[in-house]
Design a protein around this ligand. Structure first.
Ligand code: GUN
Ligand code: ZN
Length: 675
């Protein structure tokens, strides 16, 4: 069995999981099938994989002899992959079960399940630490035992540890190192039932951070479509639930935006076949069994629709926009979203560096997104100037739409010698101040996501505070800052004694008239621009390394944008039109290789892969022996061998953690070999 990643966004992934009964795409919802009782054919709703309970079959004499004879696939009439649970849930519900770990593993082997589960102990949230520790040791011991007797059976190993994040991490790390096939995160049902979504975030992140990236993670018992997007964004790949049927038994209809009681409905909530063909009255007037079946069908329809929507948003690169929408359907989900802020740096390591969608600001929670932190880190790599001129937002890209109503400018002396107003416009960095990226140096204003984002024009208080704080940090790097009054107005920034009006009095009294400064006609030098973009994208000094001499910059005749950079008729790099990111050509790759020290920017392949890389074939993760720990998916990377000879270059599909952990699937899509 194996797993590979096809697309990524935030910490979510679209993967292909291969099982003895075929391949399935993740994220996937596994409907719970009750052996012997199931009346709904879940395949019709889009189920590619299901989960059923081995303990129920083991306990019931009739089912047991039937399943031992014909196998679980025949028993539940499902030809795709089947996961079986072990009875742990019954253990947690009823306190005792009459089967031991080894027996239930042997039983799962005999019935031909695809993925079995050992008898973990689902320790509930908020118990005493001593209990959580004791039960966790048993869970781990049983996992080890199951591993020994598994034979050909693929195995789940469940992360436990209650709400102690260090225990979750310890468990994830311990069982994560042991080579199980799937890692469920267990005992989270009570958290979800009581709407403790914020604690759910802590439990999931503590687990996922320490689990291998190359294995699917299953959020056990998560069956409400309201939480799918959030869980996927944290790296969960599989969901299972009996919720579709349990809610139906209670006359409750699930939607990704919440739950509706049939009793209160005057209109059906969606456009699934059930909602189109029946009115709430029709359902209310039915007998209980028929009604339950129809509501369960509605619940399955909306749950699978939500999974499809999530997959699309991963491909489009707007999963976080979906998460932000979903987390506004309940205040405690909003807490979960707010709590996610703690994990921005971790998310940043997985979140792709480029996406197909614009960044949409949906409220102050968006300020915690990885893209913003990454940007604020990256601008410190840019060439350092002495003076800074800050302009207010206009249309994007900013450099093309400098406002013509910039009446007042103030200056602030930050450090260095006393102010030399004669030279204040020399050695000048010009940047726009805006929400949410705060500081946008004009040279890079077309680079993703600085032009590819939208935020409301009316500024909220959290953004004001955020911008002020980040701006203060940035301004500290300069000797003098000239700041337009519209920025001070928009962000409620106050003028203290170190700030003076530069616009009328000062310009006049210092005879600055002769220094022609026309903010409406700012031409960013192309040479500076390519330098900045390269530094922003690859790291400090990359611009000088790529473009040291006389370059020829070729622009698009249609858009006027920079397209190619040549030196002596040799193409160095192409600036991609959609996001102004450099795609190096062979010469560019050679120069980056010369400039950056091993293993920076590099994916290192073993000697088996060497000839394939040279031929320009894509790089599979299993051939990679080392890589730069800062690589994110969609980064442009260098492919070298163990002797650090440059073989090829390409676009990374995975981030560094994933490249190192995976043994299946592509790591880098090679652009060119033969270097
Ligand atoms: N189903 C829901 N939660 C759990 C859990 O923690 N362990 C197992 N085995 N099954 C579950
Ligand atoms: Zn419906």
């Amino acid at each position: 069995m194996n797993f590979e990643i096809k697309n990524k966004d935030v910490m979510g992934r679209i993967g292909i999981l291969t099982t003895p009964h075929g391949k399935i795409r993740t994220p996937a919802l596994m409907p719970v099938i009750h052996p012997g009782k199931q009346t709904i054919d879940v395949k019709k709703f889009g189920a590619e994989i299901v989960i059923t309970n081995a303990y129920i079959m083991y306990k019931n004499k009739e089912l047991r002899s039937k399943v031992l004879e014909e196998g679980v696939h025949k028993l539940i009439n499902f030809t795709g992959p089947i996961v079986t649970d072990s009875g742990s849930f019954q253990l947690s519900e009823y306190g005792d079960i009459d089967v031991n770990n080894q027996e239930i593993i042997e039983f799962q082997k005999l019935i031909g399940t695809d993925i079995g589960t050992s008898l973990d102990i689902p320790t509930p949230p908020f118990v005493k630490r001593e209990r959580a520790e004791k039960e966790l040791e048993i869970t781990i011991e049983r996992a080890i035992e199951a591993f020994k007797v598994r034979g050909n059976l693929m195995l789940n190993s469940v992360v436990q540890g209650s709400t102690f994040t260090d225990l979750r991490s310890y468990c994830a790390e311990t069982i994560g190192a042991m080579g199980f096939d799937i890692y469920p995160i267990g005992a989270v049902v009570p958290l979800m039932e009581s709407y403790r979504y914020s604690e759910l975030v802590d439990v999931v992140m503590a687990s996922v951070k320490n689990l291998p990236d190359s294995k699917p993670r299953h959020l056990m018992g998560a069956g409400h479509p309201m939480v799918f997007a959030l869980a996927v964004s944290m790296g969960c790949d599989l969901f299972d639930s009996a919720a579709y049927i349990l809610y139906a038994q209670d006359d409750r209809l699930m939607m990704p935006t919440g739950t509706f009681k049939l009793a209160n409905l005057v209109e059906m909530p969606c456009s699934c076949p059930v909602c189109i063909n029946y009115t709430p009255d029709d359902l209310r007037n039915m007998n209980k069994d028929d009604r339950m079946k129809l509501i369960a069908e509605h619940n399955l329809h909306v749950s699978f629709a939500e999974i499809r929507k999530i997959k699309q948003s991963i491909v489009d690169g707007n999963l976080m926009e979906l998460v932000e929408q979903r987390c506004r359907v309940h205040p405690y989900l909003l807490d979960a979203l707010r709590n996610l802020k703690k994990y921005t740096l971790l998310i940043d390591e997985y979140d792709p560096s480029n996406k197909n969608s614009a960044f949409f600001y949906s409220g102050s929670e968006s300020l915690a997104r990885a893209e913003i932190q990454r940007h604020l880190t990256r601008i410190s790599r840019l060439p350092q100037k002495k003076n800074l001129l800050l302009l207010p937002r206009g249309r994007k890209p900013y450099s093309k739409h400098i406002r013509n109503d910039l009446d007042k400018f103030y200056y602030k002396h930050i450090k260095g010698d006393s102010i030399d107003l004669n030279n204040i416009f020399n050695d000048l960095q010009i940047a726009v101040v805006d929400v949410p990226f705060v500081i946008i140096p004009l040279e890079i204003d077309e680079v993703y996501p600085l032009a590819q984002n939208e935020a409301p024009i009316i500024t909220d208080e959290d953004s004001k505070k955020f911008v002020k704080e980040e701006l203060e940090k940035y301004m500290a790097y300069f000797d003098n800052v000239i700041i337009n009054s519209k920025i001070l107005d928009r962000f409620d920034m106050y003028i203290n004694e170190t700030v003076k009006d530069l616009s009328e009095n000062i310009i006049k009294s210092y005879n600055l008239d002769e220094y022609v400064f026309d903010p409406f006609r700012i031409d960013i030098d192309d040479r500076e621009k390519i330098n900045y973009i390269a530094d922003y994208q690859f790291g400090a000094g990359a611009g000088k390394a790529l473009f040291p001499g006389n370059v020829k910059i070729v622009k698009s005749r249609k858009t006027g944008k920079i397209r190619h950079v040549y030196e002596d008729n040799m193409l160095i790099a192409t600036l991609r039109a959609t996001d102004s990111v450099f795609v190096p050509d062979k010469e560019g790759a050679i120069r980056l290789h010369t400039y950056f020290d091993y293993p920076e920017k590099r994916v290192v392949v073993n000697s088996d892969a060497d000839p394939f890389a040279r031929e320009g074939k894509s790089i599979f993760a299993k051939f990679v022996i080392e890589c730069d720990s800062n690589i994110r998916s969609n980064d442009e990377v260098l492919i070298v061998n163990e002797k650090d000879e440059l073989l090829a270059f390409g676009k990374s599909i995975l981030c560094s953690h994933e490249i190192m952990d995976f043994n299946t699937g592509q790591a880098v899509k090679t652009r060119k070999g033969g270097i």
